[in-house]
Design a protein around this ligand. Sequence first.
Ligand SMILES: O=P(O)(O)OC[C@H]1O[C@H](OP(=O)(O)OP(=O)(O)O)[C@H](O)[C@@H]1O
Ligand code: HPA
Ligand SMILES: [Mg+2]
Length: 183
Amino acid sequence: MDTEQMGADLEKVLLTQEQIWERLDELAEQIWADYAGKDLLLVGVLKGAVLVMADLMRALPGSVPMDWMAISSYGSGTKSSGVVRILKDLDTDITDKHVLIVEDIVDSGLTLSWIKANLASRRAASVEVCTLLRKPDAAKVEVDVKYVGFDIPNEFVVGYGLDYAEQYRNLRCVGTLAPHVYS
Ligand SMILES: O=P(O)(O)OC[C@H]1O[C@H](OP(=O)(O)OP(=O)(O)O)[C@H](O)[C@@H]1O
Ligand code: HPA
Ligand SMILES: [Mg+2]
């Protein structure tokens, strides 16, 4: 699928690359101030958070380590199964570390509530969350999220790391897909 086809499959653009970068710059500034003097570790959730991590960490005005977890809950569909499997665990011991989970989206909240509980049980000093997107109307469980880029409507979105059947992650914007894509 070429870039032109990806663009043609979009129904509407919710967020442009510029809007995303501008918001990540603001969040980075806030995060840097909040964690001043603390042992911060960024923990990305594969694969969707790859682009948020890359841009958020480059917006931070100093060095910060990162680690990754891979967790599967969606498979190739558009609805959460609620099933969480660890596909790749952290390389780092997070005891006494201030962990900031970096996510692309909080939808039902099931994935994040599971990850937060899992990381907190490892005796981290703190576990907070930064997500680019959140769907308030889709929440099945309440999860406390400290840093939110944008609250969006309860629609399936793709781009900027978010996939539909593993496609569209490399779209630079965030948008919804046209009906013909699903049929
Ligand atoms: O709030 P929830 O309803 O749990 O949904 C959010 C999660 O779903 C997506 O991951 P997915 O399982 O699709 O994996 P991916 O990042 O590899 O696409 C997304 O990246 C979040 O991790
Ligand atoms: O809206 C979404 N799009 C893509 N992946 C997702 N994972 C949870 N919600 C979404
Ligand atoms: Mg996915």
